[in-house]
Design a protein around this ligand. Structure first.
Ligand code: BT5
Length: 326
């Protein structure tokens, strides 16, 4: 109901909509309307209310509420259900808790994460209202071994969404970072569960530093935000919507048409590693190599120092530049 009320207010943005009119149109009591209007106000919408004329939407919320996202979202599968938090430990951790019973495409989004997670137990800095901290629960009919491809799909979508919305030159540091001007603006964490011949679910977590102003000391050299790089605030909503549509586009190409071509084309065109000397961190091992190619499966092919070639899957390694982060 809240969403339908908001739609009405949006349609008549800047004009008054009468409480009675709303109650007739939506077939609910005026008290119910009033309650939802109050809830919307609490979410940050500025709605003028007068006894005689009714309600007038002056300004929408800055928050990434389900109503705000849904009004602009045109996806078929992703984000049909949105679970929203002001604060949570981690959207990926929450996703895991509900994954088995959740419907495919469920989006979990939070204004802040208290214990945002990176790969292998690392932390992800997720301050309130400054970024997009979200996870998608997906249930595609694929093999467990194919799960890492979703990281590549997410990376391609995040890279293109950032480029489209901000005009910044975003690049992909294989396998799961998006960087702008040499610093990380976005990270992806894909987690999955299943048996060998099928996944039960995947949780694709995406974190984007959109309007973050200050980073903790230990991140200053390697992290940045879109707003810092662009020199002005970036609209989180527009970016989130764009990201979800591109994600769905590349995802459906993979699932329905069985092709990763588009994803890989983006991952290659905007790669920071291809053709460069890199250091691969594989468990305890630190391997010096030259990045040759990202293959059709999304694996990185490298040439080792002894001349042998080896393939790495995105699940198993971290990559550094030669002595640098990029
Ligand atoms: C990642 O891990 O880059 C995956 C990050 C995924 C975050 C999303 S947010 C929504 C969802 N819910 C979660 O709990 N997580 C996902 P990795 O490649 O392991 O990089 C982690 C490293 O990046 C840390 O060890 C820091 O050095 C650095 N880092 C931490 N916070 C950062 C930030 N906000 N921006 C840039 N770098 C950061």
């Amino acid at each position: 109901l809240k969403e339908r009320i908001l739609r009405e207010l949006y349609t008549h943005k800047g004009e008054y909509v009468s409480g009675e009119g709303l109650s007739i149109k939506l077939n609910v009591s005026r008290t119910a309307i009033w309650k939802h209007i109050n809830a919307l106000k609490n979410e940050g919408y500025i709605i003028q209310t007068t006894q005689k004329k009714g309600y007038r939407l002056l300004k929408s919320t800055e928050k990434l509420t389900p109503e705000e996202l849904k009004i602009n979202l045109t996806t078929k599968e992703l984000g049909k259900k949105i679970i929203y938090f002001e604060s949570i430990d981690s959207t990926n951790a929450y996703g895991k808790k509900i994954a088995l019973s959740a419907e495919h495409g469920t989006l979990i989004i939070s204004e802040e994460q208290q214990e945002g997670r990176g790969r292998m137990g690392k932390n992800w800095f997720s301050p309130e209202g400054e970024g997009i901290w979200m996870s998608l629960i997906l249930k595609p009919p694929i093999l467990l071994s194919e799960g890492t491809k979703l990281t590549q799909i997410a990376a391609a979508a995040a890279c293109m969404a950032i480029r489209n919305v901000t005009g910044l030159e975003a690049y992909i540091k294989w396998p799961n970072d998006i960087v702008v001007h040499g610093k990380k603006v976005c990270g992806i964490l894909t987690e999955m569960a299943g048996e060998l011949n099928r996944v039960n679910y995947l949780i694709v977590g995406i974190g984007i530093n959109v309007n973050t102003k200050n980073f903790p000391q230990e991140l200053i050299d390697k992290a940045t935000s879109l707003a810092i790089e662009k020199g002005e605030p970036v609209d989180r909503k527009t970016l989130a919507i764009n990201l979800l549509s591109l994600f769905e586009e590349y995802y459906l190409l993979f699932i329905e048409k069985d092709t990763l071509e588009k994803t890989m084309e983006i991952c290659r065109s905007y790669s920071t590693v291809l053709g460069k000397p890199i250091t691969i961190i594989h468990g305890e091992d630190i391997i010096k190599a030259h990045a040759l190619e990202i293959n059709e499966e999304g694996f990185l092919k490298v040439k080792l120092e002894d001349g042998r070639q080896q393939l790495f899957s995105s699940g198993e390694v971290s990559v550094r530049g030669d002595g640098t982060y990029i």
